[in-house]
Design a protein around this ligand. Structure first.
Ligand SMILES: Nc1nc2c(c(=O)[nH]1)N[C@H]1C(S)=C(S)[C@@H](COP(=O)(O)OP(=O)(O)OC[C@H]3O[C@@H](n4cnc5c(=O)[nH]c(N)nc54)[C@H](O)[C@@H]3O)O[C@H]1N2
Ligand SMILES: Nc1nc2c(c(=O)[nH]1)N[C@H]1C(S)=C(S)[C@@H](COP(=O)(O)OP(=O)(O)OC[C@H]3O[C@@H](n4cnc5c(=O)[nH]c(N)nc54)[C@H](O)[C@@H]3O)O[C@H]1N2
Ligand code: SF4
Ligand SMILES: [Mo]
Length: 728
């Protein structure tokens, strides 16, 4: 069996599991469900405060959710949740949550509702969907979703005939990175990323702000690596938490990373510090690549990046010293400047030079359990095809482009889109240029929103369908590629407090109203889960007790015997990409300087805070207490020049005249003078989010300008400039 199928279709039976000595006997008392001890029960499940899906154990005391901890059996959480995961209790008790289905009473966006029954809400949704289908065809109904919970609604919409499914996590997040790596290695870093941080001897973080970006396994491994003396190199215009752990910190001028990457690769090649054997064996087009790098000396990169040639040389040598256990982190949120696929490709090429792909301390080769899907009837086919990328305008997009669907909705081309169903996305925050999103929404015949809180997008809906939180429901099984194969179960820890329903129930009822009952041979999700597990030879009852089934450990590195396979046209690592050349793009990444920062303004940069996820947690009472609002980071000298100090409240005004809510200043030496930084997701304007209402400022509202990546349609957002309005 070749590597490709081993990775994707590894079969692990209950027999191999027992042989590996795993299974129920390993269970500690914390992971055992239903142990009665003075009114206390514990229920294993997995977290959904972000999409990392950490195994958790909920403790219920006298019928009330008491606490959430990591499931010690789970390879993702390794028994510990991140602060957001622990604060997940707040999602259950949040007084601002949605409680009943709502139908719009008046004008869109006014947030005036009639509380209705589920029957009415779903009847309304189905009726509008049937009307759209009759007038425009089922393709006119699009779905935006994020995470596992959207699976059943996708199934209902596919049965109805829809073909346009998308998630902002591609064109607004990891898309450019995935495409850049696919063009180079024939595969992407995946999610969860296959980064072997725990074993890295040198870790290079380009923007990736681990410690603020709290993807749990990565942060735990990062701490472990630092404790083990891993040499950390951080390039970031802002002195991030990760930078505080670094041996070398490079305060790079924003938007010039490709210049730094070319100079680093120049040094590695020039000084023969790269992995000659690996490159000779696996590389394609190395000669042209090496010749191309010739002019990109550290001296050339200096005026671009603001980084001294000595620092660039020293850090390149440091990387060369520790290879192949030098991991240049691939990043995740890679939509920055519109040339992001090529920047990510340069990150991939740097890793290729260091020989880190498929090697210990670099990128391991993941595996997953094989579990057959549920045998449903075939879906209808569409002659029209998808709407998001007409004529393959963005030739390397391998997932649907959310902003492409928005564009089609606005223009009616290549065909009209008239209905949006959203699941666990907040589009006015997640898509750039809110005005375009609202204009597209205005043109719809139906906006149906499934959410747990009255988000901004819910405020524009015709019908709001309140979901039970992840702590109150089953979801589909988590069977994803990771360091070791596993199956994880999400199951209810506590009941939903009001009329909220789980996604599978909503999806099934909607299908029934649409006359698509035949697509739901099962009545309750437990039947579905039991069926799937049985097909793989596993027991649902056991999984309910453990939350996790682990498969036997697999070889992870080439040196452990994993066969190197690169699914590129040359079947090698492509230093020179003929695919790109054939489509008129640079076969080796080319640097273009970023737009200059207009006088009197700062480039707006954004990122994460350890205690919040996107725009979804600001109303969570526990997480809100830790961080109720965001701040704008402003270089201390600039602050003094403007006459503001930490704690003062200012407004930011962008190049298109958009003015933010009042936001606190954090005057600090920890950021360059040419940019400001704020944490994404604050400044809520939905009236229902009482706790978070108008606290802090929204970066999304200020990001009216974006640049589209010509390779895959991602939307670079670091193109916005703001001035600081001192109100006094
Ligand atoms: N301006 C700007 N835009 C960005 C980003 C940025 O940093 N700045 N980040 C980008 C990135 S990296 C990503 S991945 C995307 C993410 O963007 P989205 O995928 O839109 O994610 P969230 O903003 O978290 O929105 C999630 C919505 O899901 C709801 N929700 C939470 N839990 C549940 C649940 O259990 N069920 C249901 N039905 N709903 C739930 C929340 O209340 C919230 O309204 O945004 C991208 N867009
Ligand atoms: N706590 C928490 N953790 C999260 C999330 C969350 O919502 N909350 N979301 C998760 C998701 S889906 C994603 S995609 C990730 C996002 O996390 P990352 O992928 O780490 O985020 P980015 O937005 O790419 O990076 C932000 C960092 O890049 C720096 N930066 C800005 N411009 C430049 C530049 O031009 N060059 C360089 N070198 N650096 C620059 C910023 O100062 C900041 O430190 O986080 C994940 N983890
Ligand atoms: S990283 Fe944190 S928020 Fe995300 S799933 Fe894990 S514990 Fe939950
Ligand atoms: Mo993301």
């Amino acid at each position: 069996m070749n590597l490709f199928s081993r990775r994707r279709f590894l079969r692990i039976t209950a027999g191999t599991l027992a042989a590996a000595g795993l299974g129920p006997t390993l269970l500690g008392p914390r992971a055992r469900a239903g142990t009665p001890a003075a009114g206390i029960t514990t229920v294993p499940t997995f977290c959904d405060v972000c999409f990392w899906k950490c195994g958790a154990v909920g403790t219920v005391r006298d019928g009330k959710l008491w606490k959430l901890e990591g499931n010690p059996l789970d390879p993702l959480s390794q028994g510990r949740l991140c602060p957001r995961g622990t604060g997940g209790v707040g999602a259950h008790i949040d007084p601002d949550r949605l409680r009943h289905p709502l139908l719009r009473a008046k004008v869109r966006g006014e947030e005036q509702w009639n509380v209705v029954s589920w029957d009415e809400a779903l009847g309304f949704t189905a009726e509008r969907m049937q009307k759209i289908k009759a007038e425009y065809g089922p393709e006119a109904m699009a779905m935006f979703s994020h995470g596992l919970g959207g699976n059943f609604l996708k199934h209902t919409l596919k049965a109805y005939g829809a073909v346009n499914f998308t998630a902002p996590s591609f064109a607004q997040c990891r898309g450019p990175r995935d495409v850049g790596f696919r063009l180079t290695f024939g595969d992407d870093p995946g999610s969860p990323e296959r980064t072997d941080i725990a074993n890295a001897k040198c870790l290079v973080l380009i923007g990736s702000h681990l410690g603020e970006n709290m993807h749990n396994t990565q942060v735990q491994e990062f701490a472990h690596a630092v404790a083990n003396g891993c040499s950390v190199i951080v390039a970031d215009p802002r002195f991030s938490v990760a930078a505080s752990k670094a041996k070398h910190y490079l305060p790079i001028k924003p938007g010039t990373d490709l210049a730094l990457l070319l100079a680093w690769m120049h040094v590695l090649v020039k000084e023969k510090l790269y992995d000659v054997e690996y490159v000779t064996k696996h590389g394609y087009g190395f000669e042209s690549f090496a010749a191309y790098l010739e002019p990109f000396t550290p001296e050339w990169a200096y005026p671009e990046t603001g980084l001294s040639p000595d620092l660039i040389r020293e850090t390149a040598r440091e990387m060369g010293r520790h290879r192949p256990a030098t991991l240049v982190h691939p990043g995740r949120h890679s939509t920055w400047y519109g040339d992001d696929t090529q920047r990510s490709r340069a990150v991939a090429l740097l890793n290729a030079l260091l020989g880190s792909w498929g090697r210990q301390g670099g990128f391991y080769i993941p595996s997953s359990m094989e579990l057959p899907g549920y045998p449903y009837p075939a879906y209808p086919t569409s002659a029209k095809g998808k709407v998001d990328n007409p004529g393959k305008k963005y030739p390397f997009a391998h997932e649907a482009i959310s902003t492409g669907i928005r564009e089609a909705t606005l223009t009616g081309a290549p065909y009209p889109v008239k209905g949006w169903l959203t699941y666990a996305v907040n589009l006015t925050y997640a898509l750039p240029n809110e005005a375009e999103t609202l204009k597209a929404i205005e043109s719809l015949d139906l906006l149906a929103v499934v959410d747990v809180i009255p988000s901004e997008t819910a405020g524009w809906a015709d019908v709001v369908l309140p979901e039970a939180t992840y702590l109150e429901r089953y979801d589909d099984l988590n069977v994803e590629l990771f360091r070791e194969p596993f199956i994880a179960l999400r199951q209810p820890v506590v009941p939903a407090p009001d009329e909220q329903k789980p996604n599978w129930w909503i999806a099934r009822e909607l299908a029934t109203k649409l006359g698509l009952e035949q697509y739901y041979p099962w009545k309750h999700i437990e039947e579905y889960l039991e069926y799937r597990l049985k097909q793989g030879g596993y027991s649902f009852e056991e999984l309910k007790k453990t939350g996790i089934i682990l498969g036997p450990k697999q070889p992870r590195y080439f040196e452990e015997g994993v066969e190197p396979v690169f699914e590129t046209p040359s079947k090698k690592i492509e230093f020179y990409s003929s695919q790109l050349e054939a489509k008129g793009f640079d076969p080796i990444p080319k640097y273009t300087p970023p737009d200059p920062v207009p006088r009197g303004t700062y480039r707006l940069l954004t990122g994460r805070a350890p205690t919040h996820s996107f725009s979804r947690t600001q109303t969570n009472p526990i997480l809100h207490d830790v961080m109720p609002e965001n701040e704008v980071w402003l270089n201390a000298k600039e602050a003094a020049r403007l006459g503001v100090k930490s704690g003062d409240r200012v407004r930011l005004k962008n190049q298109d005249g958009v003015v933010s809510e009042l936001v606190k200043v954090k005057a600090t030496e920890r950021i360059r003078p040419d940019c400001v930084f704020m944490v994404h997701g604050f400044g809520h304007t939905s009236k229902g989010l009482k706790r978070a209402y108008r606290k802090g400022a929204s970066d999304s509202k200020l990001q009216t300008r974006y640049r589209i990546d010509p390779l895959m349609g991602g939307t670079g957002l670091n193109m916005n400039f703001v001035s600081v309005e001192v109100t006094s």
